[in-house]
Write a protein that binds this ligand. Structure first.
Ligand code: SAH
Length: 212
């Protein structure tokens, strides 16, 4: 169930759905998604679906992880990337294999703790984690070449726009009640941002405050 063949089948599905970035496909083929999911559900790890990870949260669907990563990387390699919503750490792990350094924030401490153990198991050493309300981003570590948000706010948080480097890319689901639009925002200059609306998506909401 966790074999290379099962993973290859998932990657074929991602290609069929329009993912073309070979780097992203290779990383998805080599990332063990089953270790990000509780054992009781791990037999479903290579299905192209979101799955519960506790605390009313979900590990993102592989297609959406691939899509958001591809959008982020479309203009070339990135150095510093901020992720809002570490969750299981699966998206973080995919990113960490494709960019220099990942900064990831999570508001639920027990999820962050589990993700940290997984990064150490996978020997990923280019990830920094912070327990905080990530709607504010991580100002001390910015500006970022890329920002990826894996929970949906009603509007794009201005703090995240401010922490985007010039030329930087923000990929974010926006909208209420578990149905949103995926948006790509590119910062062209100090004051100029270009927004492209991509497709309908379904994320858990971006919430305020933290859980210990
Ligand atoms: N990328 C994750 C997705 C997890 S679901 C994965 O593939 O597993 C979204 C995550 O965003 C949840 O863990 C949730 O707790 C977190 N989240 C929601 N609002 C947040 C906020 N304001 N700051 C930081 N994390 C937040």
């Amino acid at each position: 169930m966790t074999s290379q063949r099962t993973r290859s089948r998932l990657v074929q599905r991602l290609k069929d759905q329009g993912i073309t970035d070979q780097q992203v496909l290779d990383v998805m083929a080599n990332t063990p998604r089953h270790i990000f999911i509780d054992e009781a559900l791990s037999h479903r790890a290579y299905e192209d679906t979101a799955l519960p990870i506790g605390f009313n949260q979900t590990i993102s669907q592989p297609y959406i992880v691939a899509k958001m990563t591809e959008l982020l990387l479309a203009e070339g390699d990135l150095e510093r990337v901020l992720e809002v919503g570490t969750g299981s750490g699966y998206q973080t792990t995919v990113l960490a294999q494709l960019v220099e350094k990942v900064f990831s924030v999570e508001r639920i401490k027990p999820l962050q703790d589990k993700a940290r153990q997984r990064f150490s198991l996978l020997k990923l050493h280019n990830i920094s984690l912070r327990h905080c309300d990530g709607g504010m981003g991580w100002p001390d570590k910015g500006p970022f070449d890329g920002i990826i948000v894996t929970a949906a706010p009603e509007e794009v948080p201005p703090e995240l726009l401010a922490q985007l480097a010039i030329g930087g890319r923000l990929v974010i689901p926006v909208g209420g009640s578990r149905h949103q639009l995926l948006k790509l925002v590119i910062r062209h200059s100090e004051t100029e941002y270009e927004t492209t609306v991509l497709e309908g998506v379904k994320f858990v909401p971006l919430l305020t405050g933290t859980v210990r």
